[in-house]
Design a protein around this ligand. Structure first.
Ligand code: ASP
Length: 441
């Protein structure tokens, strides 16, 4: 029989009603053997997530021997969830213990992890499934990275002994033996790790949206839904996935060739989006799968005659960024030119001027120019490589819309074309590309 690992996000588990709905989903398909859960999310738009209350409560407990008001809110939240579900489960002693431990522990990660811990305890009682604590099966190494060598065999062994299990997401045990969390939204990563460890056939990620859309619905009204996308395409569209799926969540399952299905807890019959490993993916229909982008980049353009024969030029340019601990996004180049595309947020407070000075001194370019307020728009699709004239269509559409293209970067995989444009042309650019590839077809 197929085996599915399902993960439920915070909104899906925000209150008793939502948790009951999620439990019905879990139990409606016997292939769902393991469930990974987040802490309760927001119930309404200006509500506060339990994880945020936990960070708050950690701060309040500093220098005191007990938690304050924030923990009182957390307590109320969990008590009402148990009451709404009508569970015969006395959570009060667990909450008392948690409050004392947060005040005693001195670790923000420990405090933050308790939302997942408490919610998983409740969901396990509701489903009648075993609770398996992530601290016993998910480990981090000395560098703080997920320790797959240590964790996978432990997860596999522990879960193969269980018929069903509920596992709290977001945390594990650090190299120092203390609780450590992934970055925010990290329960998606935990779900992916569990799916990989048990070699699941599918990793289902239940959220509050019906999958990915072909572009931002704030820019194009009701864009098409993406029914199937490859891991590679999704990675290229990473600017778009941020709110739906944690960017790092694709890596564990991708290595195990396990598909991810994004589903909507509140509209379970919607198809959702299926994310497939490249070898299981055949491009279909659309030339373009999706369009995504982001504003506020800076391009540093360097020109030097015979740059192509100067050994180590690019390495020296990049080592300046490395020294300043700055990420770069893209590095388009020509025979005598090199551009570095960097998120502007890294270049504030004099950092840009310092970089330019260092580049002038160490690279001796003939010319150096800085373009600010640049937006990047990525047009992505496996179909692009096979269809002659795709880039001609894209650039004609942009020119018809009056968008001035400041930079072009096409990955050699022919999976994407990235254009750099002025921030103010961003929406116009996305609309023009969408119109060309989705409305004209
Ligand atoms: N509860 C954690 C957060 O709010 C992790 C998660 O939801 O995945 O970031």
């Amino acid at each position: 029989m197929n085996m599915t690992v399902c993960k439920f996000g915070g909104t899906s588990l925000a209150d008793g009603n939502n948790i009951r709905r999620a439990a019905e989903i879990v139990l409606s398909d016997p292939s769902r053997k393991f469930a990974v859960v987040s802490a309760p999310g927001k119930r309404y738009s200006d509500d506060v997530k339990v994880t945020d209350l936990l960070y708050e409560s950690f701060k309040e407990s500093r220098g005191k021997d007990r938690c304050g008001e924030a923990f009182a809110k957390i307590r109320k939240r969990f008590l009402s969830i148990v009451a709404e579900l009508g569970l015969n489960f006395d959570i009060t002693p667990i909450l008392d213990r948690t409050e004392a431990d947060i005040a005693a522990s001195g670790s923000a990660d420990f405090a933050a992890s308790r939302g997942e811990y408490l919610n998983a305890r409740i969901v396990a009682v509701l489903l009648g499934w075993e609770f398996v604590d992530a601290k016993d099966i998910i480990f981090f190494d000395e560098k703080g990275a997920f320790d797959e060598k240590r964790s996978y065999p432990l997860i596999e062994a522990r879960l193969s002994a269980a018929k069903h299990a509920v596992i709290p997401g977001f945390y594990g045990t650090g190299a120092d033996g203390e609780i450590k969390t992934f970055s925010r939204g990290g329960s998606d990563i935990s779900g992916s790790i569990v799916a990989r460890a048990v070699n699941a056939d599918l990793y289902e990620n239940w959220t509050d949206v019906s999958g990915f859309l072909a572009c931002d619905p704030r820019i194009v009204q009701s864009p098409e839904k993406i029914e199937v996308i490859s891991f590679k395409e999704l990675r290229e569209l990473s600017y778009m996935g941020a709110n739906v799926l944690h960017a790092e969540a694709i890596f564990p399952v991708r290595k195990g060739d396990i598909p991810i299905k994004i589903k909507n807890t509140f509209r379970p019959d919607d198809a959702g989006t299926l994310i497939l490993p490249s070898k299981k993916y055949t491009p279909h229909g659309n030339i373009v799968t999706g369009i995504a982008g982001k504003k506020d980049f800076t391009v540093i353009f360097l020109e030097k005659s015979l740059m192509n024969s100067e050994i180590g030029f690019a390495r020296r340019a990049l080592s300046i960024l490395e020294r300043e601990r700055i990420n770069f996004e893209h590095m388009p180049s020509g025979i005598d030119t090199l551009s570095l595309v960097i998120e502007s947020k890294y270049l504030k407070d004099g950092v840009l001027d310092r970089l330019i000075d260092e580049m002038k001194a160490e690279l001796r370019p003939d010319y150096i120019r800085v373009l600010e307020d640049i937006a990047l728009v990525a047009t992505v699709g496996h179909g692009m490589a096979k269809n002659v004239g795709t880039s001609a269509r894209l650039f004609a559409a942009l020119s018809d819309a009056g968008v001035n293209v400041r930079m072009i970067d096409q990955g050699s995989s022919e999976l994407n074309i990235i254009v750099g444009i002025d921030n103010e042309d961003y929406e116009k650019c996305v609309r023009a590309i969408y119109r060309e590839f989705f409305e004209k077809k």
